[in-house]
Design a protein around this ligand. Structure first.
Ligand SMILES: C[S@@+](CC[C@H](N)C(=O)[O-])C[C@H]1O[C@@H](n2cnc3c(N)ncnc32)[C@H](O)[C@@H]1O
Length: 280
């Protein structure tokens, strides 16, 4: 009983802290999963040698620069080129040929891809390289546009620059290394790839989604959001996709049950879904 009461006090304090952060900075952390928020704030408390949410609230008042540190902590942008390489194999062998076929049938040239929560850009650049290699000489017949979006401005600056430490080269398949230029201990994305990718600030909680796209990669972003927010966002993705468009989630993410009827399953292991062709 005692520990239950303690738990209630603890949670009460957390929700007061989250209210304060929302009121003062417009940052609504209740849209993230509660346990995730608790863990991330706990890491800040640990760094600062604090023990309670109340102490942390006081610290935010005394040192408002802590808000920026909190935001940095919330937006973990771990990523990698060709993360989970089998997804990219399926993308090259199945998704790209299917999109090209349907574009040709409809006499359309524009192909649009959205990498939502693109962090430092490795995902959209991997998509651009996969697309170019899958299309081969046919690439000249199509106009490809890949939009990478994130709410972390620092990560977006790295993405725009397109220069990465040489250690990351090993994640790029050998055949695709022609798309980068090695510069000593870094490498740069070549302009023929870079020009296909645009980066933009977009907060998935607040900003309008990108319309109308053929593919959405939103990988390893959902895990941080609570169930309601995941459902709302899946609804937006559904509306953003062209008929027959693909949605690719991260390995540990799945469609909310309320959305399973609206998407077709393409590959359960790789978490690839599709908006049915018959839908508006
Ligand atoms: C772990 S990274 C995933 C990067 C990439 N998609 C991948 O799978 O390798 C998660 C990204 O989601 C972004 N993110 C978190 N909340 C967001 C939000 N509300 N709106 C837009 N991006 C968000 C973070 O800034 C971070 O860059």
């Amino acid at each position: 009983m005692e520990s239950r009461q303690a738990d209630a006090v603890y949670r009460g304090n957390l929700s007061r802290l989250l209210d304060k952060i929302r009121e003062e900075r417009g940052l609504d952390l209740t849209q993230y999963r509660e346990r995730y928020v608790e863990r991330r704030i706990a890491s800040r408390l640990h760094m600062l040698g604090l023990h309670t949410y109340r102490q942390y609230a006081e610290h935010l008042d005394e040192s408002p620069e802590e808000y920026a540190k909190l935001i940095d902590t919330m937006t973990i942008n771990v990523t990698q080129f060709f993360r989970d390489s089998t997804v990219y194999e399926l993308f090259r062998k199945q998704i790209v040929p299917d999109i090209l076929k349907s574009k040709l049938a409809r006499h359309q040239r524009m192909i649009r891809i959205w990498s939502a929560g693109c962090a430092t850009g490795q995902e959209p650049y991997s998509l651009a390289m996969s697309f170019l290699s899958a299309m081969g000489p046919k690439s000249a017949d199509f106009l490809l546009s890949i939009q990478g979006t994130d709410l972390d401005r620092k990560a977006l600056a790295v993405a725009r620059e397109g220069v990465y430490p040489i250690e990351q080269l090993e994640f790029i398949p050998r055949a695709d290394r022609k798309y980068v230029e090695v510069l000593g201990d870094t490498f740069r994305i070549r302009p023929e790839v870079g020009k296909l990718v645009r980066f933009q600030y977009l907060n998935l909680f607040e900003d309008k989604p990108i319309h109308i796209v053929d593919v959405i990669f939103c990988r390893n972003v959902f895990i941080y959001f609570n169930r309601d927010e995941q459902e709302r966002m899946l609804g937006q993705f559904w509306a953003s996709l062209a008929r027959g468009g693909y949605l690719v989630l991260g390995r540990s993410e799945r469609l909310a049950t309320s959305m399973t009827g609206r998407f077709e399953l393409v590959d359960g292991r790789e978490r690839i879904y599709r908006k049915p062709l018959g839908m508006p």
